[in-house]
Design a protein around this ligand. Structure first.
Ligand code: HEC
Ligand code: HEC
Ligand code: HEC
Ligand code: HEC
Length: 212
């Protein structure tokens, strides 16, 4: 019959076409999509949200080694300390305090220990206007010399604020100055920038690479 021979012709044609395709795939005629390049993970230091140091308060709360804060474990109460200075007017540090790096201000303007520590009671700090504050409340001390930065910090535009904006839901968490600045050498060293974005799209990727 005419109809059935036409049908078998179509079927044979289709079978041949599919066999051809199979052969093309098996022998990899058009090549394969290249495997996706694996993206190197960004250095963990760029995604770490911890502050650069632990303040005295955080050290105590986290059960860290706070023995260095216990001044009278070594010092004698009532015995005045005499600071020694070298020819360049730097404080000569004793062996016990050799871990302290002193460098507050570009011209070493604030290197004298007793600009901040109370010489009559080492356990506390003394603000410029003569108020005593605890070692863990040092932000007030910083504020007594760095008024504008302190007011920025109180307003939440310097430093780091987290926690709750709606105070009735929970506490606001404002990192204290010494969570970021070492009181003895507060300047921030320069940091390498984090790598730029990586686009998977070949054209966008090429333009990012051109920009570098
Ligand atoms: C591990 C023991 C130890 C602890 C803890 C300690 N000190 Fe000292 N400190 C010393 C010694 C030793 C000296 C050398 C002078 C002396 O013999 O009195 C010294 C000297 C100093 C000086 C003079 C500068 C120098 O380095 O010679 C200052 C200021 C000072 N200490 C402040 C403090 C304060 C503030 C604390 C607490 C926050 C403290 N110290 C905790 C042992 C200690
Ligand atoms: C007795 C006054 C005084 C106190 C207290 C004080 N500072 Fe300073 N600070 C200075 C002076 C002076 C400079 C130098 C400014 C300059 O060189 O122009 C300075 C500079 C700085 C700088 C700039 C970096 C640098 O080293 O030049 C930072 C950051 C800083 N202080 C943070 C702090 C923090 C944090 C505290 C509290 C732990 C604090 N300061 C307490 C007087 C003070
Ligand atoms: C700008 C103010 C400032 C000056 C100047 C300063 N200190 Fe301090 N110091 C502090 C504050 C604030 C703390 C509490 C630290 C914290 O919260 O991390 C502290 C902590 C300490 C401690 C205990 C923790 C540690 O780092 O070992 C010692 C010891 C100490 N200071 C000694 C000294 C000596 C010695 C000098 C002088 C060479 C000096 N400080 C100068 C503000 C100051
Ligand atoms: C979350 C971290 C953080 C906290 C908290 C913080 N600072 Fe800073 N501070 C910085 C950084 C980062 C810089 C910028 C350093 C730079 O640009 O070189 C800076 C800069 C400064 C400077 C240099 C001058 C300026 O304003 O640019 C001063 C002074 C200073 N801070 C004081 C303070 C005082 C005082 C407090 C607390 C009341 C405080 N900071 C809290 C991170 C912090």
């Amino acid at each position: 019959m005419k109809g059935s021979s036409k049908e078998s012709l179509v079927l044979t044609g289709l079978t041949l076409a599919f066999l051809g395709l199979t052969a093309a795939f098996v022998f990899d005629l058009w090549g394969r999509i290249p495997a996706r390049e694996s993206l190197p993970l960004v250095d963990a230091s760029f995604t770490n949200t911890a502050t650069v140091r632990l303040s005295a308060g955080e050290l105590i709360r986290s059960d860290g080694d706070a023995s260095g804060l216990d001044c009278y474990a070594c010092h004698e109460r009532g015995k005045p300390l005499k600071l020694q200075f070298d020819a360049e007017n730097n404080v000569i540090l004793s062996k016990e305090h050799s871990d302290i790096v002193v460098g507050h201000g570009r011209h070493k303007r604030n290197n004298n220990c007793f600009n901040c520590h109370d010489e009559t009671n080492l356990e506390v700090l003394q603000t410029r206007d003569g108020h005593q504050v605890k070692l863990v409340d040092s932000s007030v001390l910083c504020g007594s010399c760095h008024g504008p930065t302190y007011r920025d910090w109180e307003a939440g535009v310097h430093g780091r604020t987290s926690g709750y904006w709606m105070r009735d839901l929970g506490e606001i968490d404002r990192k204290v100055c010494t969570s970021c600045h070492d009181p003895h050498s507060p300047a921030f060293p320069g940091r390498p920038p984090a790598p730029g974005p990586r686009s998977l799209h070949p054209i966008a990727k090429a333009s990012i690479e051109r920009a570098h």
